[in-house]
Design a protein around this ligand. Structure first.
Ligand code: MLT
Length: 419
């Protein structure tokens, strides 16, 4: 905005050399406009080498690799390594990383006592955030502001390893059932599924289709540059808070319904349409009617003015998973009809309202047996390597403590008059 509070489009200047070349002071003097200030890092002005996103063209790449290729060909641990360490692992590096994660999947038994203190009504996200933060109590060296590379890597591996255990325990708590311990002969995704769905009375049968779908979902959610939770992780970490407390803050940010709650809202909307008779066209008309409170959830995205590339992959995966598992979920058809109707309707086309990642993900989660109150936890599990990578990048770049820029719009100076 300019100094009169009117909107103004400033060119965004990225890169130190460009910033130097530009005489910001003279530009400010000439225009009176507020300019990008590289001193205010970790907000809109963060530079990052992790995830490239072009919302106009619908492109998403992790460290240069297109999301489509990663979702198709790799697994979650490989992508986590890529995001955190910057390049794809050799098979030796991948084995080593996976083995180290395996060794740390158990959480301290005292954590069980903390878990036991939560009522079964506690939301799994509240438990996840609290228990991740409480890892600092068990690993106080994580609080060191000047961790060595090895210490930092150990914190990273511990968090990657323990998060599925904590996540599955948060679910078991919500249904009042005993927790399962990790089984280290299983791979990352299978181990999580086993902790979620095994019972003392019945073993969970791990289906490769489910494992594959889960890997894909986790990969698609692994990073998305400076969204609400990721900037939170960077900002909290910029005060040299530990990795665990920074990620715990990110989990709280993601818990907000506008961020991580979107796929739950989509499922609820699809169920409501089904209950109403399943007429998708009727709801497309309602969505266009400004006076109607109905909103089409899972359409449009703050940065995508084109198809969300994650949505394309998820839609196909939803089809594949439901077919492979022989599940007929009528809400998948309603979702497809809504998408079809919207993409052929000038109202949506002109506004560039395309389905986003949340539009289909809830349908797959349900097919995998994951209940709605765990949808955000699944998002957090997927986003973990992205949060770690962003935290690590910010620390390694020795970025200053974040301080978002404020433009004061309140009262000018007033005199206090006693009553
Ligand atoms: C995400 O993946 O974090 C969401 O799409 C939100 C965003 O990136 O703005």
């Amino acid at each position: 905005i300019n100094l009169e509070g009117k909107p103004f489009q400033m060119p965004i200047i990225v890169g130190t050399e460009d910033e130097k070349a530009l005489d910001i002071t003279s530009l400010r003097a000439q225009t009176g406009y507020i300019t990008l200030d590289p001193g205010y890092k970790n907000t809109g002005a963060t530079q990052s080498a992790i995830t490239f996103l072009d919302g106009e063209k619908g492109i998403l790449r992790y460290r240069g690799y297109p999301i489509e290729q990663l979702a198709e060909k790799s697994n979650f641990i490989e992508v986590a390594y890529l995001l955190i360490y910057g390049s794809l692992p050799t098979s030796e590096q991948l084995n080593d990383f996976s083995d180290r994660i395996r060794r740390h999947t158990l959480v301290n038994e005292d954590m069980r006592k903390i878990l036991d203190g939560f009522p079964s009504t506690a939301h799994p996200m509240g438990i996840l955030s609290a228990l991740v933060s409480s890892l600092t109590a068990f690993y106080p060296e994580s609080l060191k502001s000047n961790q060595t590379e090895d210490e930092m890597n150990l914190s990273i591996v511990r968090l990657m390893a323990k998060m599925p255990t904590i996540a599955a325990w948060s679910y078991k708590n919500s249904i009042g059932h005993p927790v399962n311990y990790p089984k280290n002969k299983l791979d990352y995704a299978s181990n999580f599924l086993n902790m979620m769905f095994s019972y003392p009375t019945e073993d969970y049968e791990i289906d490769p289709v489910v494992v594959d779908a889960l890997n894909k979902l986790l990969i698609l959610h692994a990073d998305h540059e400076q969204n609400c939770s990721t900037s939170t992780v960077r900002l909290v970490g910029s005060a040299h808070a530990s990795l665990y407390s920074s990620v715990s803050a990110g989990i709280s940010a993601l818990w907000g319904p506008l961020h991580g709650g979107a796929n739950q809202a989509v499922i609820e909307m699809l169920e409501a349409i089904k209950a109403d008779g399943g007429d998708s066209k009727k709801f497309i008309e309602k969505a266009k009617d400004k006076n109607d409170p109905f909103r089409l959830m899972g359409f449009g995205h703050r940065v995508y003015k084109n198809f969300d590339p994650r949505a394309r992959i998820i839609k196909k995966s939803a089809d594949d998973v439901l077919n492979a598992l022989g599940i007929k979920d009528p809400v998948l058809n309603i979702a497809k009809e809504l998408e079809e109707a919207a993409l052929n309707d000038s109202y949506f086309v002109e506004r560039k309202l395309y389905p986003n990642v949340d539009f289909y993900s809830g349908i797959i989660y349900r097919a995998l047996g994951i209940p709605t109150n765990m949808f955000t936890v699944m998002f957090a599990l997927g986003r973990l390597p992205g949060w770690i990578a962003q935290w690590k990048e910010m620390r390694e770049n020795k970025e200053p403590i974040g301080r978002p820029r404020q433009i004061y719009v309140g009262e000018t100076e007033r005199d206090y008059v006693p009553l």
